[in-house]
Design a protein. Structure first.
Length: 181
C-alpha cells in the first residue's frame, strides 16, 4: 500500500482542513529538513506532499500553485567560484523543473531575492532535497499569501489560512491512496 505524508510548516496554514492529518515541520530549512528525515525514517512514505504559503515575486502567479523547482536563496558561495544558489561541490542549483520555482530561505522575504525564482518560502527546498536524497517522491503546493513586499507580513497574516480549502479540493480529494500520519 502506498504511504502518503502531508507536511506543512504551521497549523495556521491548514486551519479549517478537516479529516486530514498533517505533520508540522516548524518554520525554516533546518526544522523542515530534520522533520522530513525523521518522517522518512519512521513512516517510510512513497510520497511526501508539502503544502503551505508563499510570497510571489512574479505578478502572474496567484492562488494555489504546484511548485516544480526548488532553489536555496540563502546559498551564496560566489567568493569560492560557485554560482549563486549552488551548494559548494554539488553540481545542481535547482531541484526539479523550472515551471514554477520556489526560492527557499530562512528570512521572511519582503523583496525579490537575487536568485531566479517565482515564489519564496522558508521550507520547500529543504524538504525537496531530503526527499531526493532518500529517493522519496515529492510534490509541493503553495498558496500565494502575499507579494513578498513591504506589506508581506500583514498580507500573510490575513491570507495564511485561505488556501487550505483549495488544497484539499484540488489535491487531497483527488488522491487515490489513503493518507497516513
Amino acid at each position: 500500500m502506498s504511504k502518503v505524508i502531508v507536511l506543512c510548516a504551521l497549523p495556521q496554514e491548514v486551519e479549517g482542513l478537516h479529516n486530514t492529518e498533517v505533520f508540522f515541520t516548524g518554520v525554516g530549512k533546518i526544522n523542515a529538513a530534520a522533520t522530513t528525515q525523521q518522517i522518512i525514517k519512521d513512516y517510510k512514505p512513497n510520497l511526501i506532499i508539502n503544502y503551505g504559503t508563499a510570497g510571489t515575486v512574479n505578478s502572474k502567479i496567484s492562488g494555489l500553485v504546484q511548485v516544480t523547482g526548488f532553489v536555496d536563496r540563502d546559498m551564496d558561495a560566489r567568493p569560492l567560484n560557485f554560482k549563486l544558489g549552488q551548494t559548494p561541490y554539488e553540481k545542481e542549483i535547482m531541484i526539479g523543473t523550472s515551471d514554477i520555482i520556489c526560492g527557499t530561505g530562512d528570512t521572511f522575504a519582503t523583496s525579490k531575492p537575487k536568485i531566479n525564482c517565482d515564489i519564496v518560502d522558508m521550507e520547500a527546498y529543504a524538504i525537496a532535497k531530503v526527499c531526493k536524497k532518500n529517493k522519496v517522491e515529492f510534490l509541493c503546493y503553495k498558496y500565494i499569501s502575499d507579494s513578498a513586499d513591504s506589506d508581506a507580513s500583514d498580507d500573510w497574516a490575513k491570507n495564511v489560512a485561505k488556501g487550505c480549502k483549495q488544497f484539499k479540493e484540488k489535491v487531497l480529494d483527488k488522491l487515490s491512496q489513503p493518507m497516513i500520519t
